[in-house]
Design a protein around this ligand. Structure first.
Ligand code: SME
Length: 160
């Protein structure tokens, strides 16, 4: 990955603090999601795609992201994103090629974690992070990304 990303790498707990800082004082969901995914993309080593999908009319629709252009709509019964959304729990996939139904948006992706975004009104979307390294996402990364998902939901005004 490029030098500026390597220079900006943070430990998972420090990444949560960075995201809390960039979200402070703003409650627009799109703006906060855009800054959160950029902070993850530039702060977490070895990731090639970081983004959000929002629940809209019973499907997931692409939201702010960093990385290559991605599929726009994902049905709730497909992909890692659909699994995390349906179960309303984090799904960690160490090898995307072994996950039946995985949707390949970037051929470089080897492992993936999807964290549901759940507000007071229920599921509002998912946070999806891909890595070109197998088994990239361990307990520390999972905890950090779940904390970031909570910051995003609590710190933003979510509309329908
Ligand atoms: N791999 C995801 C689709 C989204 S891309 O990774 C950006 C999935 O299987 O749901």
């Amino acid at each position: 990955m490029n030098a500026s990303r390597d220079d900006g790498s943070l430990a998972p707990a420090a990444l949560v603090e960075r995201v809390a800082a960039v979200l402070a004082g703003e409650r627009d969901f799109i703006a906060n999601a855009a800054n959160a995914v950029a902070a993850i993309y530039f702060g977490m080593p070895d990731v090639n795609w970081v983004g959000t999908y929002r629940l809209s009319d019973d499907e997931l629709v692409l939201g702010p992201f960093c990385g290559k252009p991605a599929c726009v709509r994902i049905a709730l019964d497909t992909g890692v994103c659909g699994a995390a959304a349906t179960r309303e729990e984090t799904v960690v996939v160490d090898d995307v090629h072994a996950f039946e139904g995985h949707i390949a948006c970037d051929a470089a992706s080897a492992s993936e974690i999807v964290v549901p975004l759940v507000g007071p009104q229920g599921l509002v979307g998912v946070l999806d992070v891909d890595s070109p390294r197998q088994a990239r996402f361990g307990p520390l990364e999972r905890a950090a990304l779940e904390a970031i998902a909570a910051l995003l939901v609590v710190g933003s005004d979510l509309k329908g």
